[in-house]
Design a protein around this ligand. Structure first.
Ligand SMILES: NC(=O)c1ccc[n+]([C@@H]2O[C@H](COP(=O)([O-])OP(=O)(O)OC[C@H]3O[C@@H](n4cnc5c(N)ncnc54)[C@H](OP(=O)(O)O)[C@@H]3O)[C@@H](O)[C@H]2O)c1
Length: 245
């Protein structure tokens, strides 16, 4: 029997990058997987590649009410929920003087408010399945870098959400952990990776000496989501080759 057979996994941001690699890894371990995001064409394409164990829900996690709808539709489709991966995230960087109120608001809505609402709506089903939550945060939440205040603060908030909700749901048998990627080759870092000098600085500061690949992060998510980590909760596990330890 495969490791995640008979398990249902919901992955926000599952159409691309880290979420897509995580969906692929869960499917290969036998899980039924629902991916979400705002772009229907992207979700359709990824679902087609992943096969019949996968379906998608179009939804914007930054909007009020979407969390309830996404969880309700997940339960309608599969009748249970075992793992929630909060992977959807947004990551504009730049000087605060050039950062508008709208961008600050939408960053926190996507990276913090959305995951909070999703965990709240998912909790009754996770309690039933003794399931778990994995929040995708970032090593930036510990590092200090000019131009990162808004993004890093949103991910630091999600780190602390992870610890506080581990305390809140532990007695119900639900674990809450986070995986904090280092610099990883996905769409969100495409602009940064085009800047060879910047890329060189990040790689030089990564003890293991390379960029992360989405599969590196996916493997860590499965490690924490599986029964082998059944006594692990409230942890933020860095998957970044040692960047910003
Ligand atoms: N790549 C890195 O170096 C790195 C490092 C640290 C942390 N992370 C985190 O890893 C997570 C995944 O990012 P990635 O690197 O895989 O980049 P990505 O490919 O750009 O993935 C981001 C995903 O989030 C979805 N998304 C964004 N805003 C959304 C919203 N409001 N509602 C629903 N879905 C939304 C996007 O889909 P739509 O646009 O279709 O909605 C997309 O699938 C993010 O939380 C990111 O902050 C990445």
């Amino acid at each position: 029997m495969k490791r995640f057979e008979n398990r249902v996994v919901l992955i926000t941001g599952g159409g691309t990058g880290i979420g897509k690699a995580t969906a692929t890894a869960f499917v290969s371990e036998g899980a039924k997987v629902i991916i979400t995001g705002r772009r229907q064409n992207v979700l359709e394409e990824t679902t087609k590649k992943l096969g019949e164990q996968t379906c998608f829900i179009v939804g914007d996690v930054s909007k009020k009410g979407e969390a309830k709808r996404i969880i309700d539709e997940t339960i309608e489709k599969f009748g249970q929920l075992d793992v929630l991966v909060n992977g959807a995230g947004t990551g504009a960087m730049g000087p605060l003087s050039e950062t508008s109120d709208e961008v600050i608001e939408s960053t926190f809505q996507t990276n913090v408010f959305g995951p909070l609402a999703l965990i709240r709506e998912a909790a009754p089903y996770l309690i039933e399945s003794k399931g778990n939550v994995i929040n995708i945060t970032s090593v930036m939440s510990k590092g200090v870098m000019a131009g990162s205040a808004m993004y890093a603060a949103s991910k630091a908030a999600l780190d602390h959400v992870t610890r506080c909700l581990a305390a809140e749901y532990g007695s119900s048998g639900v674990r809450v952990n986070a995986v904090a990627p280092g610099l990883t080759a996905t769409d969100i870092t495409a602009e940064l990776r085009k800047d060879e000098q910047m890329l060189g600085i990040f790689v030089a500061q990564t003890p293991m000496g390379r960029l992360g690949e989405p599969i590196d992060i996916a493997k860590t998510v499965l490690l924490l989501a599986g029964d082998e980590a059944g006594w692990v909760t409230g942890q933020v596990v860095q998957a970044g080759g040692g960047l910003m330890l």
